[in-house]
Design a protein around this ligand. Sequence first.
Ligand code: PBG
Length: 326
Amino acid sequence: MFPYQRGRRMRMSDGVRSLMRENHLRVDDLMMPIFVADDMADKQPIASMPGYYRHTLETLEKEIIQASELGIKAVNLYAKVADDLKDNMGTEALNAEGLMQTTVRKIKEWNPDLLVFTDVALDPYSTYGHDGVVQDGEIVNDETVDILAQMALSHAQAGADFVAPSDMMDGRVLAIREILENNRFGNVGIMSYTAKYASSFYGPFRDALDSAPGFGDKKSYQMDYANALEALREAEQDMYEGADILMVKPGMPYLDILYRVKEFAKMPVAVYQVSGEYAMLKAAGEKGWIDYEKCMLESLYAFKRAGADIINTYFAMEVAGLLKDA
Ligand code: PBG
């Protein structure tokens, strides 16, 4: 009741604002996505993601050491494989000496404490750029799930702490949980891309991995962006199938989904601030149209406010630097 309640009283100084602050961004909240490739001599810039690179194993070592020094505790790996290794079944994904598996082992040599999450999906390995096996123009579910489970096991054998299925096939969390349990990898976690939308904000990522779908789109497996309750059904399913972390993706345009999933599931929830979100902020910043650093921080606080426990963001390293200096 006015004037007994004056909201501004608690906004008058830095001191009182900091007492009032409900959410805090810490380096512990961050997860850093990493692109690795083995068909190039040096790290390569990604045109649509200024400041972000595809790394070779050599350049990655420096990056990992730097990230660790800045206090980053988790990385999320994506491997870009050469075209001649791609096929419809994603065979290369199961190669124990493949790029993903080798990278996991290397990172564990450089810093055994760094948590390694691995992407489990067929699209970077698929001639069709789809997240599943293609039969007669259809992305088939169950055949794909069998391969994803094998892929997850091979990542666990290489030393991954968490496997992260990003494919949106039905039943893959259960299949992965079972294969891990049956092979004495019960402590390897699953971060499930639970509510992953068929979004146009993934464009720059597909440039980075050269993984754009060769035909059609991903709407038969990724979710319709008009839907919200469907995300809760996916969350319920993943919880019962044995996921440890639920992820919502993209981030900024989906804060409502993040909030609802967190409220509903009472589980650790991650959010993926995707490549298109990164690209937009970078581009507007380069043009001088926004104060880039402030907008970046604001976007990350929005995730905290909406309930994110983990923020997977291409800003991880930059923000870790800012938090360190603060
Ligand atoms: C595919 C995958 C995609 C992203 C992560 N995993 C793209 C897609 O679904 O086509 C996008 C991430 C980003 O845009 O940053 N398994």
